[in-house]
Ligand binder design. Structure first.
Ligand code: GRF
Length: 186
């Protein structure tokens, strides 16, 4: 049986990328880590693991040219799927359509609550008792594709957005690899 190949897209520290790499258990293979931020700390870690990387800033070349290069790099690497892991750019409708039902993302809230940014501050401000994270299929609409898996964590009375983020992140690191394994073998 051939192992499905997954490209990971990051913009920053890449802790979810690291969890996806470390918990693959042979059920998928990370074929490339790509970033729109050439100085993303996660890229360095990927290189240390001898994982192929691709780094390109869209600045100065425009979104269509940037995405065309990204798409070519992912196809060159043989990617069957794309996992977004703290990738902080919106993918164009054309890019999403070209990879329809093959892009997943992890979002730090219990979707459909708190799409977009500042999820932890918004959950605390709303007086929620429970927060969490969601793995979902990426569609043209932000954070709106089918939810594949969710994990809940409690919100403690003295939580700040930072303390809550740390608790949610630990849950993300367990949830994302498990959800990706199921997704690539549907
Ligand atoms: C995580 O909170 C994830 O849910 C969100 O962006 C953050 C990425 O963190 N999409 P990291 O780069 O994976 O450490």
């Amino acid at each position: 049986m051939t192992v499905p190949k997954v490209a990971i897209l990051i913009s920053g520290r890449g802790s979810n990328m690291q969890a996806l790499v470390e918990q693959a258990d042979g059920r998928y293979e990370i074929c490339v880590v790509a970033s729109n931020k050439p100085d993303a700390p996660g890229l360095r870690w990927a290189r240390e693991q001898a994982i192929p990387t691709f780094a390109l800033s869209p600045k100065g070349i425009g979104k269509p040219a940037y995405e065309a290069s990204l798409d070519a790099a992912l196809r060159e690497a043989g990617a069957d799927y794309i996992a977004l892991a703290g990738y902080m750019r919106l993918l164009s409708d054309d890019f999403v359509a070209a990879w329809r039902d093959r892009i997943v993302n992890i979002h730090p809230s219990l979707l459909p609550r708190y799409k977009g940014l500042d999820t932890h501050a918004r959950a605390i401000a709303a007086g929620d008792r429970v927060a969490g994270c969601s793995v979902h299929v990426v569609t043209e609409e932000l954070d709106a594709g089918d939810v594949l898996a969710q994990a809940e964590v409690p919100i403690e009375p003295d939580d700040t957005p930072d303390t809550l983020a740390a608790r949610v992140l630990a849950a993300e690191h367990r949830l994302y690899p498990a959800a990706l394994k199921e997704f690539v073998t549907r």
